[in-house]
Design a protein around this ligand. Structure first.
Ligand SMILES: NC(=O)c1ccc[n+]([C@@H]2O[C@H](COP(=O)([O-])OP(=O)(O)OC[C@H]3O[C@@H](n4cnc5c(N)ncnc54)[C@H](O)[C@@H]3O)[C@@H](O)[C@H]2O)c1
Length: 361
């Protein structure tokens, strides 16, 4: 059977993956096979609106399962693989790095090998059409001083956390599969995302929900760590652009030109929650801010130079940080049932373990 218009997405029930799948089905419309293990971070209910959509097939399975990946490729004959699946939370990688090596390194290796076998069996025209798009992070570049230039595609890799190291390893594998075997890959390295469907252990949703509930807002260290925030919809549009027009074998940095200190992000969230859900008893939510012991090896600053993707492919972020953060706060406050649904006992246990130790220290 010839190659189809279908794409195989991995990790499409996670935060960025589900935003990508939803927007792809809405705007592009070609079929998606979505391979997701549905770990604690994967949530099939993110895709509830696609329940009766025959163009979306969710397969619960592991990217480390070579047989499964191989059979999905031969059954669906996709024209591309868009690889989101990963263990993605830095704090979890510090407590338990093994899962990160397994999924991020071994899983990417398995996908590459299965993609290579599938791609090798295509005819020449189909081989040149096929793409393996690897979604990665700016954390592979390590940390910046206050006046250092932003990370570019030629910045040397210097990962500092087990998460970042596992993503760096996967980036190197992807690069090598292109240089050694000719697999048509493209890699994107993106800054911190925020927006709907982000698991509530990450900074922005954790702060929105804790502020709403009147709980302490745990800010690591002095709150001076800087991240370059990108609205998730902009990340999805960048991935789409790179998939269609990115040059094979290249990497593209993606960022929002929105460097903000963590403490400034948290105070803005407090003010937005105060405005949208005023609470006379609590007063200003800013007083819930609690400084906690810093994360070990906490990178001080990330900033992305996204000029290559702008210059070569004409991509720019559409959302400003202030309007994107307002939309995001509104989304969480309007989707408390979604939040309740994913707040499993395992998740609550993890939050207690992670922050109880820091509050004690
Ligand atoms: N969140 C960010 O700010 C950010 C920024 C840049 C890059 N990235 C990268 O984007 C990708 C997606 O990030 P996210 O924030 O959406 O992560 P996430 O943790 O929300 O989602 C990851 C998804 O992968 C699935 N998964 C995990 N292990 C799997 C396995 N072995 N087999 C199949 N599926 C598995 C999970 O069930 C989940 O649905 C990751 O590769 C991450 O490194 C994230």
């Amino acid at each position: 059977m010839a190659i189809q218009n279908t794409i195989l997405v991995t990790g499409g029930a996670g935060f960025i993956g589900s935003n990508f799948v939803l927007s792809w089905r809405e705007t592009v419309g070609s079929p998606i096979v979505n391979l997701d293990l549905l770990t604690y971070a994967g949530n099939a209910s993110n895709l509830d609106s696609l329940r009766s959509d025959s163009g979306h097939t969710l397969v619960q399975g592991d990217i480390c399962d070579a047989e499964l990946v191989g059979s999905l490729l031969s059954e669906h004959r996709p024209r591309a693989i868009v690889h989101f699946a990963a263990e993605s939370h830095v704090d979890r990688s510090i407590v338990g790095p093994e899962a990160f090596i397994r999924t991020n390194v071994q899983g990417t290796f398995t996908l590459l090998e299965q993609a290579r076998a599938y791609w090798s069996g295509l005819d020449e025209a189909e081989r040149s059409r096929f793409r393996f798009l690897h979604v990665s992070t700016d954390e592979v570049y390590g940390t910046l001083g206050p006046d250092d230039p932003a990370f570019s595609e030629t910045t040397a890799y210097a990962p500092n956390s087990p998460y970042a190291a596992s993503k760096a390893a996967s980036d190197h594998l992807v690069r090598a599969w292109h240089h050694t075997y000719g697999l048509p890959v493209v890699t994107t390295n993106c800054s911190n995302n925020y927006g709907p469907f982000q698991f509530p252990e990450k900074l922005i949703p954790l702060m929105i929900l804790s502020a709403f509930e009147g709980k302490p807002l745990p800010v690591y260290g002095d709150g001076g760590n800087v991240r370059d925030w990108l609205f998730v919809g902009d990340h999805c549009s960048a991935i789409h652009t790179v998939l269609e027009r990115g040059r094979v074998g290249e990497t593209y940095n993606i960022g929002g030109n929105s460097e903000r200190k963590n403490l400034d992000v948290v105070t803005t969230i407090c003010d937005l929650v105060d405005e949208m859900r005023p609470d006379a008893v609590l007063g200003s939510r800013r007083r819930l801010i609690t400084f906690v012991k810093d994360r070990p090896g906490h990178d001080r600053r990330y900033a992305i130079d996204a000029s290559k993707i702008a210059r070569e492919l004409g991509w720019q972020p559409a959302e400003r940080f202030e309007s994107g953060l307002r939309r995001t706060v509104r989304w969480y406050l309007d989707h408390l049932a979604w939040v309740e649904n994913i707040r499993t006992k395992a998740y609550l246990g993890w939050i207690e373990q992670n922050y109880a130790e820091r509050l004690a220290g």
